[in-house]
Design a protein around this ligand. Sequence first.
Ligand code: GLN
Length: 288
Amino acid sequence: MMKRTISVLLAVMTVICLAFTATSCGSKGYDLEKETELVMVTNAAFPPYESKDGDTFVGIDVDIAKEIASRLGKTLRIEDVDFNSIITGIETGKYDMALAGMTVTEERKQSVAFSDSYATGIQVMIVKSDSAYQSIDDFFNYDEEGNPVSLKNPDIKIGVQQTTTGDIYSSADVTGWGFNDLNEDESTKTDRVTRYPTGADAVEALKTGKVDVVIIDNEPAKSFVDTNKDGSGNSVIRILETEYTNEDYAIAVNKNSTELLAKINEILAEMKSDGTLDSIIAKYIKAE
Ligand code: GLN
């Protein structure tokens, strides 16, 4: 009986949700007049954008969020969750805005609304320092036009943080610069990509030889290189000079938070022109 009631309830909820259509089920969006608190969601394992110093959240995204909250006259609260719960949490209205070094993708745009971009992200490839890999050309064979057609080493193992763009791109087939075979049957395919909960876990797997390459955003990659040194102070991992992809970071909000989104874009533009954004970035990323 209980079971039946629950399933009826679920069916009703589904219908109600469908009535809200492709926008955000159940959430009316952020009410700029009524709300006093602004809740930022992130995954605080992504330095220098977000990490924890003891119990305190620090990083570029954290400082940007503080600035937005203060210019809106709201109290900022930060929630630290798995990267793959961020989009759903924004969609359902559990959190107000996501700042997580998050790349704008077409697929994510189906679920959330993105602000103007505030930073450029680059996906890079990290290998062990003693690895023979030197550039992206060591992974792919190309056709005459320079499009990848096959892998040089079919036994290669790639490590990524689950559901990030590093995961999405590397999981594609080889003609899309991914590491999986073309048109392979899902049930028999050898997936060359291993997905880890955090970037740090993927780097651990690289160090212990479980994967050959980690594909991850450039700035966290640099901080992993800095924090993984041997006894003589040399990094045990290194970043290949060739980029894997280039992308835009933006703030994600619920599709119904149109007022909030407009305000965020206004504030980002102000922060760009008054120098606040540059000084936040300079605080965490030292010029090379
Ligand atoms: N920029 C990447 C993405 O959006 C990774 C972000 C992250 O791990 N926090 O998928």
